[in-house]
Design a protein around this ligand. Structure first.
Ligand SMILES: [Zn+2]
Ligand SMILES: [Zn+2]
Length: 132
């Protein structure tokens, strides 16, 4: 089992199942939402994530017609994204984990939207847009 939390610690969660499909996403939505060069996220089954504290602090923003990004309303930490079209699956901001998940990023997505001030220097695969 893995543990994670937001910056202020008000929201705490546990991951009970496998994390997969870890990527760095450079799309403008992820850059804006995280205030960073990219968002590193993993996919997991919705049922495998359990909030153990601060469920009431989780705030939602609909960033696309079918996507809801969440963040802590106290500290602003980005947590999960839910997909209306894929309710059984969520995306988790890996930076909020307190444990090593074991899995590692495999690719950079939406490289066409990359911040001009950030240079990718690793050997991971790069995709102009998403993969699907
Ligand atoms: Zn917080
Ligand atoms: Zn993105």
């Amino acid at each position: 089992m893995l543990h994670g939390s937001c910056l202020c610690g008000g929201i705490r969660y546990r991951v009970h199942g496998p994390l997969r499909d870890v990527v760095h996403c450079h799309c403008s939505f992820c850059r804006k939402a995280h205030g960073a060069a990219f968002r590193t996220r993993a996919r997991l089954a919705t049922r495998d994530l359990e909030f153990v504290a601060g469920n009431n602090l989780l705030t939602w923003y609909r960033s696309s017609p079918d996507q809801h990004r969440t963040f802590c309303r106290v500290c602003g930490a980005n947590l999960i994204t839910r997909f209306d079209l894929q309710p059984g699956e969520i995306s988790l901001a890996l930076g909020t984990l307190d444990d090593d998940p074991g899995v590692r990023p495999r690719a950079h997505l939406h490289v066409a939207s990359k911040a001009p001030w950030y240079e990718i220097t690793d050997g991971l695969a790069q995709y102009h847009a998403g993969e699907r």
